[in-house]
Design a protein around this ligand. Structure first.
Ligand code: FM0
Length: 323
C-alpha cells in the first residue's frame, strides 16, 4: 500500500503570470512565494493493473476527464520514467476551509507529484519533484518546499524548478479574506495566456520584475515586513493591471475585493504593517505580522464575517505521511 503525501499551498509575492512554453510550463519570469500552513492536500497514488484508465477521487468524488488531464500528465511522466504501464487510482483530499474558491491546484499537484514518486519508487530528488509538479501546474513547483521559495524560470524542462530561499521563521503571516460574490473566473492558465498574447501592458509588467525580485529577496533577508509587503502589493497590482488591457478585457476583482483592499489601506494608515496580494480570483490575501494578526482580524470584522477571514502562518514543504 503506497503512502499518503501532503503538500501545502503557496501564495506568490512576486507573481508568475505568463509562459514562455505552454507544453513544458516554462514561465516568462522568476516568481517567489510563501508556503502556508493553513491549506494543504493529502494524496495517495496506487498503480493497479486492473484499471482501464487513470482515476481521480477528489474529496470522495470521482472527477471527470478534464480534471484528470493535469493528473495524467504527471502520471504519464512517472510511468515513462519508471517503465510502468499500469493506470493509477489517485485519492486526494483538499484541506481547505469550507469557504469556497480556495481549492488550490498548487498543493494538489505538488502532493500528486510526491505521491506518484512514492508509488513508483522512483526516489526523485526535491528538484526533480519540483520539475514534475511544474508539469502539472507552474505554481505547484514551489509547494515542494516550505517558507519562502523562488521558482527559477530556466530555459527548458531541466532548468526550470523551484528552490527554498528562507525558512520564514520570523514575524510574518497571512490572513485570507474569502469574499462572497465569487463570480465565474477566468482560469489562471487562460488568464495569463490571454494577457500575454493580447495585453499592451504585458511588456511593461515584465520589464519591472527583475527589480521587484531583487528588492524582495533583499527585504526577506532583512526580515523587513513593510518592504516585503509593499513590494508584494505593488507587484500584484501591476499583474492585475495587465488583465484590463487584454482582449477581451477582464478582471478578477469584485466589489468585495475592492472593499478588502481599501480596508487594508485604512489599517495601514493606523500604522499596522498590512499589505495585500491577489491571484486569479476575487479573494484577498493580507500580508501581516503574526504578532498583529488577532488585532487585524478583529478590525476586518467591521467589513467581513468571522468565517470569511482565515489566518495562516508559514508552512512546511512536501511530507510523506507515515500511514
Ligand atoms: O501563483 C502565482 O505565481 C500567480 C498566480 O496564482 C496568479 F494568478 C498564477 C498561478 O498560475 P498556475 O495556476 O500555476 O498556472 P498553470 O501553470 O497554467 O497551471
Amino acid at each position: 500500500m503506497s503512502k499518503w503525501v501532503r503538500a501545502h499551498t503557496n501564495i506568490a509575492l512576486i507573481k508568475y503570470w505568463g509562459k514562455e512554453d505552454e507544453e513544458f510550463i516554462i514561465p516568462k519570469n522568476n516568481s517567489l512565494s510563501l508556503t502556508l500552513d493553513a491549506f494543504y492536500t493529502d494524496t495517495r497514488v496506487t498503480f493497479d493493473s486492473s484499471l482501464k484508465e487513470d482515476q481521480l477521487i477528489l474529496d470522495g468524488e470521482e472527477q471527470d476527464a478534464s480534471a484528470l488531464k493535469k493528473v495524467s500528465t504527471i502520471l504519464d511522466i512517472v510511468r515513462n520514467k519508471a517503465e510502468l504501464t499500469d493506470y493509477a487510482l489517485v485519492e486526494s483530499i483538499n484541506y481547505v476551509p469550507t469557504a469556497a474558491g480556495l481549492a488550490s491546484s498548487a498543493s494538489g499537484l505538488a502532493a500528486l507529484a510526491g505521491a506518484a514518486n512514492e508509488a513508483s519508487e522512483l526516489n526523485l530528488s526535491a528538484q526533480e519533484l519540483s520539475r514534475l509538479a511544474r508539469r502539472g501546474s507552474g505554481s505547484a513547483s514551489r509547494s515542494i518546499y516550505g517558507g519562502f521559495v523562488e521558482w527559477e524560470k530556466g530555459i527548458n524542462d531541466e532548468t526550470s524548478f523551484a528552490h527554498p530561499i528562507d525558512n520564514a521563521n520570523w514575524d510574518i503571516g497571512m490572513l485570507f479574506i474569502i469574499v462572497k460574490q465569487a463570480k465565474k473566473e477566468v482560469s489562471s492558465r487562460d488568464g495569463m495566456q490571454r494577457t500575454v498574447t493580447t495585453s499592451p501592458f504585458y511588456a511593461g509588467w515584465l520589464s519591472t520584475l527583475d527589480q521587484d525580485l531583487t528588492d524582495m529577496k533583499l527585504s526577506i533577508a532583512e526580515q523587513n515586513i513593510d518592504k516585503v509587503g509593499a513590494i508584494a502589493e505593488r507587484n500584484a497590482l501591476k499583474m492585475h493591471a495587465t488583465t484590463l488591457g487584454a482582449q477581451p478585457p477582464f478582471t478578477y476583482w469584485t466589489a468585495d475585493s475592492m472593499i478588502a483592499m481599501d480596508a487594508v489601506r485604512k489599517l495601514r494608515k493606523e500604522n499596522y504593517s498590512v499589505y495585500f496580494t491577489m491571484d486569479a480570483g476575487p479573494n484577498v490575501k493580507v500580508i501581516c505580522k503574526q504578532s498583529e494578526m488577532d488585532k487585524i482580524k478583529k478590525a476586518l470584522l467591521a467589513y467581513f464575517d468571522e468565517e470569511q477571514i482565515i489566518s495562516a502562518k508559514p508552512g512546511p514543504g512536501i511530507q510523506v505521511l507515515e500511514n
